[in-house]
Design a protein around this ligand. Structure first.
Ligand code: ZN
Ligand code: ZN
Length: 436
């Protein structure tokens, strides 16, 4: 069948117009709601809380979601919450926002800058700042909830919104799962999460169809020796020298043992030993972060660190019953990896709603990590997509005058990034819960 060309053009025009009208209406609804979201964002930014102590943030998020008709389960993994909204038959979609701030003293400048302090889990009084943008994540989660309630006739299934504690300490996701998150509220079919990212232009979306972030593990090595006088090294063993040899020997793991085309990283971030120049102490403590892009490399790095530490001490003459303790923290995180098929589906939905211009290319630029995989690498595994939303004005990026995450000067452009975060996440949610 041949179509009349004018009719065909008219049909295309109607189709384009309809899709634009729909996208515009979501964009407009988010713009209308933005003053509400902005005041929530400013409140959260001015009132940050430390990891696993997000009590007020959790209360506020619970209140926001309850008001919208969500059923909220509290105190999952201490301050975590899961809010569910059943809206007919269909799959269950989890959307996660992490809630914690960092022990960083915010530099003044913003009228909503934080001046908060909080006693941390070790009992130390600390400044607190949302220096990673998790205030944007909580705000966006509320923004998505408000749109999804409004658009209830456009989707079917169950929406589960999670406020997660303790991402910065890489233990919060695991804490929620081991505390029975899925037994209490059900096992989701898909999961989504976002992070505002300073290095991308504000509002631009970036993600891959596979690996997003590296794995991260923390290792402590305690080098124990018999202490002696600084002038009589031959009467004991020096943990400062042995610890230093371990630090250098660890560098060979990445350069000589791991396949050179496979990313791997070992950073000894802290080395503590000794009290005085003339005392050879009995303990050196090394605190190490270990990153990899695959589980095989991750396992190889951890095994090699143990071998290097133990045998360096052996070579120095440390007796078998005093060999170093090599302790791998249970709060390590695996790689964050998007489900390829789901990522393409989500990208398609975002692109139809926001246009191809909404995206910037994604590539790994460092070995940052996330604990979101601990929420989805469960049995059965939950296919998931993690995406980034740019947070810095393009002209600021161009000038180079912008602060990275965890800096006391970190700040995002709230309006552009929150609007884009809410729109992208809502489009993804509508797609995954769409009525067939
Ligand atoms: Zn962070
Ligand atoms: Zn973060």
């Amino acid at each position: 069948m041949t179509r009349h060309p004018i009719l065909a053009i008219a049909l295309v025009a109607i189709a384009i117009h309809t899709s634009l009208a729909r996208a515009d209406s979501l964009g407009e609804a988010i713009a209308d709601d933005y003053p509400y979201l902005e005041s929530l964002f400013k409140h959260l930014h001015a009132n940050p809380e430390l990891s696993m102590q997000e009590f007020k943030t959790s209360d506020r998020l619970a209140k926001e979601l309850q008001q919208l008709g969500f059923k909220v389960a509290r105190e999952i993994g201490k301050t975590g919450l899961a809010a569910t909204l059943h809206n007919g038959d269909g799959p269950m979609l989890l959307i996660r926002a992490d809630m914690d701030g960092l022990p960083v003293q915010e530099k003044p400048g913003l009228d909503y800058a934080s001046t908060q302090r909080q006693v941390n889990l070790e009992g130390k009084d600390m400044p607190v700042m949302h220096a990673c943008g998790h205030d944007m994540h909580v705000t966006s989660l509320v923004g998505v909830a408000r749109r999804m309630v409004e658009l209830k006739d456009q989707w079917s299934g169950t929406l589960m919104l999670v406020g997660q504690p303790g991402e910065e300490a890489l233990g919060g996701a695991k804490a929620m799962v081991t505390d029975g998150l899925y037994e209490r509220v059900g096992h989701p079919d898909f999961a989504l999460a976002l992070h505002v990212i300073a290095k991308h232009p504000a509002g631009k979306i970036a993600f891959s169809d596979g690996l997003m972030y590296s794995s991260a593990d923390t290792v402590r090595i305690n080098v124990r020796t018999r202490a002696t006088h600084g002038a009589s090294p031959h009467r004991g063993h020096d943990p400062v020298v042995i610890g230093s040899q371990i630090v250098l020997a660890l560098q060979n793991i990445v350069t000589r043992e791991i396949n050179p085309i496979e990313p791997a990283l070992i950073t000894v971030g802290a080395f503590n030993a000794g009290t005085a120049p003339n005392v050879i102490t009995d303990l050196a403590r090394l605190d190490i972060t270990v990153r990899a892009n695959s589980e095989a490399t991750r396992a190889q790095l951890l095994k090699s660190i143990d071998r290097v530490a133990t045998n360096t001490a052996r070579a120095a003459g440390i007796p078998e019953d005093m060999l170093p303790e090599v302790i791998v923290s249970p709060d390590g995180a695996p790689t964050t990896t998007n489900d390829a098929e789901l990522a393409r589906r989500v990208r398609g939905a975002m692109e139809r709603g926001m246009g191809a211009d909404a995206f910037v290319d994604w590539h790994q630029t460092d070995m940052g990590a996330e604990d979101f995989p601990d929420m989805v690498n469960v049995t059965p595994p939950i296919p998931s997509v993690y995406f980034e939303v740019g947070g810095t004005a393009p002209e600021q990026l161009a000038s180079g005058e912008w602060a990275d995450h965890h800096s006391p000067l970190f700040r995002i452009e709230p309006e552009v990034s929150i609007k884009a975060g809410v729109e992208a996440m809502t489009l993804a949610a509508l797609e995954l819960l769409r009525k067939d």
